[in-house]
Every structure is written in C-alpha cells, then in structure tokens.
Design a binder for this molecule. Structure first.
Ligand SMILES: Nc1ncnc2c1ncn2[C@@H]1O[C@H](COP(=O)(O)OP(=O)(O)OP(=O)(O)O)[C@@H](O)[C@H]1O
Ligand SMILES: [Mg+2]
Length: 303
C-alpha cells in the first residue's frame, strides 16, 4: 500500500455511503465520480481494495471490495496486516530441513508456494511418511499471520468460510483432508479457484480479494470428490523402501529422539524387513532404555 491510500479509500467509502449504490451506481462508479486517477484506481483494484463491477471501452466501474472496506474500518494498522499476505513469500533454504529425503516433494512444494499464482498441492499416502511434518514446516515459516492450519476431522465451528474471511491467510494448510465436512469442502472448492464464496446460512457473499495457496494431506484419495482432486497437484508418497527406511529411522531417532547414533543404527537394523513404519522405530527407541532394543521390538511387534 502506498502512502495516502488509506485516506483515498476512506474518501471513496464516504462517496459510496452518500449515494445509493444499488440504484445510482449499479455498474459501479468511475474515476470522474470519485476524482481519482484511473491508474491509481487500477492499482487499488490489482491490490484487491476495489472490485471491478463493469468494464467497457469507455467506462470502468468500480466498487470498494470487502478488503477495501475492512481497511477503511480498521484504519492503517489493520490495512498493513492485511496487505501482508499479498506480498511474495520468502522461503528459507532450510524450510524442510527436518525432513529426510522426499527431495522431489520438497522441490514441488517450494516452487508451488513461490509461484505467481496458486498451485495447490495434496500429499497423499499411507501413515508415517512425513505428510504432517511438511505442513508444519510451512506453517512455521509462514507464521500464523499468513498461514491457517486446519485438521479436517476437527474443523472449527465457525467454519472455513468465516475463518478465511476473518484472517485472510495466504496459505491454507489442511491435514486429514479426507475427513473435512461437506460445508467446508464446498467453500474450499470455490476458494481454490479464487472464486466467490457464498455463505449458505445468511446468504452473504464474500469476494476473495486475494489468492490462497492450499497445501493438504490425506491418507485416502478414493473418498475425495473428483472436482476436489482435480484442483490439486496430487503427489503420492509411497511407503519407504528398505534403504530409505533405514536412513529415515536413523535420522529421526538421532535428530528428534536424542538417541545415540549406535542405538539408532541398532533399532534400524533390527526393524529392517519387519516394519516400514517410522513410528515403530520411535516407540522402540523410547522403550529401549528400560528394555533394551531387542526386547522392546519383540514386545512391540510380537513374535
Ligand atoms: N522423511 C522423514 N523425515 C523426518 N521424519 C520423518 C520422516 N518420515 C517419517 N518421519 C517421522 O515419522 C513420524 C510421523 O510423521 P508424520 O506425522 O508427518 O506422518 P504422516 O505422513 O502425517 O502420517 P499420518 O498419515 O499417519 O498422519 C514423525 O515423528 C516424523 O518425524
Ligand atoms: Mg499426519
């Protein structure tokens, strides 16, 4: 936002309040009416503060957008917070530093988040493949101001629509997408296309004045509707192969579980061929100080 924009928007809001928009300006007002240069209006529109309701060769009709009105209502501080999400993300090199392997997924997510316009990514696959970890890393980097974290099975009562309208996030992170309720899924479908959201209950509408990037995770793809699947770049994560499993287990135990390299290797070796679940290794490492690695694995896996 440039200096003076908040004042400009406030002037425009005054103009809108003093006229009957539905009767007098059904196709919006033009630059002559509000006495603001077309180039400035076009910039405010691009930044999401105005809606373009009509366009012909000789006339461009605008109206304040939801965001524009929010800026006027909330004053400068608020406006700065909201324009925040329109700025480009800058991602640190170690964005996914705690995740071992998955190089292509890292590359895809990074490129998608940095793209000019949204590319939504869905990580799909069996348990314990670091899907949630990917979402966490993105949340940590974007901060709570710009990313909203949701778990499909526990979507808040307020619903996705209100949450997005209120917080205006840049990134929406949805874990357990397959468990999201129907109302939120409908809102999501519209949001992902940068579309208009219609709130069923009060019949109110919200035009999304900014773009949202969605990154989601799911165990199951078969329960998702075709239209939802189509909106995502779906990246399937396959269970770890034997070598990969050993590398991941060693890395996770040493880095996150404070286990010595020797013990991590022992756990990895003893689980080799018996489990593909990293969580088994974590459980074994946690029981090992009491039981020893061999006994811990025997009790955990049986046999
Ligand atoms: N490649 C990996 N790098 C680092 N940690 C990993 C990796 N794979 C699995 N883990 C570890 O495995 C555990 C499970 O990871 P996470 O919760 O991200 O899995 P998930 O794919 O979301 O599983 P679920 O489908 O059950 O929710 C975590 O403790 C995580 O640290
Ligand atoms: Mg998970």
């Amino acid at each position: 936002m440039k200096e003076g924009d908040t004042e400009l928007l406030a002037e425009i809001a005054k103009f809108e309040e003093s006229h009957d928009m539905e009767k007098e300006y059904r196709i919006g007002w033009g630059w002559r009416q509000v006495r603001v240069w077309p180039a400035t209006l076009s910039r405010l529109f691009k930044d999401g503060y105005l809606e373009n309701v009509f366009r012909s060769n000789s006339f461009t009709g605008y109206r304040l957008s939801e965001l524009g009105r929010a800026v006027v209502a909330g004053g400068k501080e608020d406006s700065e917070a909201r324009t925040h999400q329109n700025q480009k993300l800058s991602l640190p090199d170690d964005l996914f530093g705690d995740i071992i392997g998955h190089d292509e997924v890292k590359e895809l997510l990074r490129a998608s988040l940095m793209a000019e316009k949204p590319v939504h990514v869905l990580l799909a696959g069996p348990p314990a493949l670091a899907k949630t970890l990917f979402l966490w890393d993105i949340e940590r980097t974007c901060g709570q101001e710009r990313a909203i974290w949701l778990v499909g099975s526990a979507t808040s009562k307020a619903g996705l629509w209100d949450l997005v309208a209120e917080r205006q996030p840049r990134v929406l992170l949805i874990d357990e997408l397959d468990k999201m309720n129907a109302a939120d899924t409908a809102a999501l479908l519209s949001m992902m296309e940068g579309g208009r959201l219609v709130r069923a209950k009060k019949g109110r509408e919200l035009n999304l004045s900014h773009l949202i990037w969605v990154v989601a995770a799911t165990n199951r793809l078969d329960v998702l509707s075709p239209e939802l699947r189509s909106r995502f770049a779906i990246r399937r994560l396959n269970p770890y192969g034997r070598d990969e499993y050993l590398t991941v287990v060693k890395g996770v135990l040493v880095r996150h579980e404070n286990v010595s390299v020797e013990m991590a290797e022992e756990v990895a070796k003893r689980l080799d061929g018996r489990s593909q679940d990293v969580r088994d290794a974590i459980r074994a490492a946690r029981l090992a100080p009491q039981l020893g690695v061999e006994k811990a694995i025997k009790l955990l896996l049986g046999g």
